[in-house]
Design a protein. Structure first.
Length: 231
């Protein structure tokens, strides 16, 4: 299983991790971090990476599930910007149509965690990626340290489970703690696939929606599945 904060329209690596997990837990009660991927993501604009950001105003120490968008019009503004940025992309119409439907299902009172989880679930389904999505706040764990919290969450699902961690976490996670708890920890590797972004040099690490605009939903889903099968 895998665990991660619910990010906004996340990159392909996020969906690859979901694709490799049978259970995916949204860490919705983690602390909101300013200038993070929780409320912003990179998209392509005239051959350059540009931030697409949900505006928020929150005091320090606020959790993601307590963080609200600062304006009610952000979704319409993002659709307009994406429509303009990707005006030359071949799958623009089908990408925008699906995205508009999901945005329309979001309530004005929804917090950032709910917004992001709604989008991630819908995009994963449309990309042909299936997982049992769970929410960390439902488990009511009080552990403060990161590794202890992860161990408690994984153990709540399976006392002999396998935790799939991101490759970048190997520098600070402690495998021996997981092993002592009867769990196995594996580090997911993700090699970002190349795809044509018009006639400009390729930029990796953008929102998965970038690939959808250029390849369509089916093409992006197939590319993600190939990246897992090749490992």
């Amino acid at each position: 299983m895998a665990i991660h904060q619910p990010n906004y329209l996340p990159w392909l690596g996020f969906f690859s991790k979901i694709n490799q997990a049978d259970v995916f837990i949204f860490l919705d009660d983690a602390q909101y971090t300013k200038n993070s991927y929780i409320n912003r993501v990179g998209v392509l604009c005239d051959g350059a990476a540009k931030w697409l950001t949900i505006p928020v105003r929150v005091p320090l120490g606020t959790s993601i599930r307590e963080t609200q968008p600062a304006t009610a019009s952000w979704a319409d503004e993002h659709l307009d910007r994406l429509s303009n940025y990707y005006r030359q992309a071949p799958a623009r119409r089908e990408a925008l149509s699906e995205l508009a439907t999901v945005y329309a299902s979001i309530e004005a009172s929804d917090d950032i965690a709910t917004v992001n989880m709604t989008l991630i679930r819908a995009l994963a389904a449309r990309l042909g990626i299936a997982a049992d999505f769970r929410v960390a706040s439902e488990f009511h764990h009080s552990e403060k340290r990161s590794n202890e919290r992860l161990i408690a969450l994984v153990s709540s699902i399976d006392e002999r489970g396998i935790y799939l961690s991101g490759g970048g976490a190997s520098a600070y996670q402690e495998p021996e703690l997981f092993e002592a708890a009867g769990l196995e920890i594996r580090f997911a590797a993700f090699s970002h696939p190349f795809y044509a972004q018009g006639d400009r040099p390729f930029i990796a690490g953008l929102s998965a929606m970038d690939a959808v605009f250029w390849l369509g939903w089916e093409g992006t889903g197939a590319m993600l599945r190939r990246s897992v099968e090749a490992k």
